[in-house]
Ligand binder design. Sequence first.
Ligand SMILES: N=CN[C@@H](CCC(=O)O)C(=O)O
Ligand SMILES: [Zn+2]
Length: 426
Amino acid sequence: MTKESSPLFLRRAKQLVTLKGTSEAPVTKAAMKELHIIENGSVWMEAGKIAMVGEDEAVAKAYAERINEAKVIDATGKLVTPGLVDPHTHLVFAGSREQEFNMRLNGATYMEIMHAGGGIHSTTRATRAASREQLYAESYERLQTFLLHGVTTLEAKSGYGLDMENEIKQLEVAKQLNKDHPVDIVATFMGAHAIPMAYQDHPDVFVDKVIEMMPRVAELGLAEFNDVFCEKGVFTPEQAERILEAGKQYNLLPKIHADEIEPYQGAEVAAKVGAVSADHLLKASEEGVRRLAEKKVVGVLLPGTAFFLMSEFANARKMIDAGVPIALSTDRNPGSSPTESLQLMMQLGCLHMKMTPAEVLVAATINAAHAIHRGKEIGSIEVGKKGDVVIWNAPDYSYIQYHYGVNLAEKVMKAGKLVVDAGRIV
Ligand SMILES: N=CN[C@@H](CCC(=O)O)C(=O)O
Ligand SMILES: [Zn+2]
């Protein structure tokens, strides 16, 4: 047996954050502060999964006869957590939009740029023009950066094709990346990301077109979720509801970009259609928040977007206290959040959304996993789950929120294999 396929024995973590007992349902309220830490903790992983978790002495004793078989990784003095999960990215696209960033800094707004044919439309033009190879290469680079920063699973949306051929092209690239790259990708169809300029005067015709794409996407097995940008000047709440209800007929589960720029009843639509998650929520109404809590819709908050668009942050504190299970995400996209650092999102969660270090960690691991229906496979360090684990260059869980703006992921294990060592991909 080579060391590569051998068991992996991670030993003596100063703090081993297990998040035990959270696989069944998203974590809410005071439970978001409970990390279920084992001190001097160890994990035995084999065949891609976690086989045992506990105090070092107990695990060492249980596997005493097989220790020589294992690749041993010493985590003395370090924090160990589940691999981070990013539940909302626009991973596959071509190009960048730094000129628009410059325009915004000179006074233009995100929506003005989009309505003038830039923004999402500009990335759509670039993505349509790009070959699969180019899209693959650009997205692969982003995946590498995600992995280096401790992300072991992410969700990726289409939405820069906006026609059958190009939406499928994006989703097929995501599928290929999922096969080739260690980071697991969960795909979302987002044909309703923008109304193409040619349909601006008859948006309902485009809504019909989006719905026509769904059977093909489902038949090819290219996506699990269906998302829509419900926003004033983009898709109305009624159109969003129609699109999300249509997706359900093809087993595409609803997600929604809700109340990002203006209050627009997005949270209410999410609750009504039984969405798995409602994302953004910067301007969600009180009633909308109440309904999300009632229906246990995961609120995926994207503080990078508020930060980068220089707008108000979502009211995470109020949502958590109301009982909405909260997850965090980068929203990686070329317009409103060009970053792969979920670490920075956790830090912004603490600094600008009144979340605590424990809450942001829950939000970026197990609740993020629930937001993409992976709560039973990833997001916590428990027997039977995937061996997705990060060793941090940090002594405890508060440190990674406190030492901000740098990458603190030291070693990353994906499916029980060491894939990042000393901050480099191996
Ligand atoms: N708001 C809609 N979609 C993305 C931005 C996409 C873009 O600007 O390219 C978001 O979630 O922020
Ligand atoms: Zn988004």
